[in-house]
Ligand binder design. Structure first.
Ligand code: CO
Length: 139
């Protein structure tokens, strides 16, 4: 069902400082910050040769990562994202197997449908699935 690792997301208390660290110290390409009010986060992407990192900072009062940062004030790994070819089929298969799919598919940070799976069903790790059509992948 799952394909490539699309990204690893890290919640950070200071997005500017974290972005500067990856850009200036680690020498990676880092995108400009993008506010995603619908998701309650501001993100930058660190582009790696084989994958991406998503650095997340809270946006607004009801940010879904505020509680995570309250528990992990220095920041920490928040979720990992795998690519799937068909998100509706993946959600159906997982729900039928008893995994908790959190809500309905939403449009994620890359403009593609995403869903999240409950961390208690995946060894304490929040899983994001992103629909990436196989025909859009580089050969
Ligand atoms: Co993500």
């Amino acid at each position: 069902m799952i394909g490539r690792l699309n990204h690893v997301a890290i919640a950070v208390p200071d997005l500017r400082a974290a972005a500067a660290k990856y850009r200036d110290l680690l020498g990676a390409h880092v995108t400009e910050p993008r506010a995603l009010p619908g998701h309650g986060v501001t993100v930058v992407f660190v582009t790696l040769e084989n994958s991406k990192l998503e650095l997340l900072a809270p946006l607004g009062d009801a940010s879904p990562i505020a509680a995570f940062l309250a528990k992990n004030p220095a920041g920490g790994m928040h979720h990992i994202c795998f690519e799937v070819p068909d998100i509706a089929a993946a959600a159906e298969t997982l729900a039928a197997a008893g995994a908790r799919v959190l809500g309905e598919p939403q449009i994620g940070a890359h403009g593609l449908p995403v869903i999240f799976l409950h961390p208690k069903d995946f060894d304490g790790t929040l899983i994001e699935l992103e629909e990436v059509k196989p025909e859009l992948l580089p050969a």
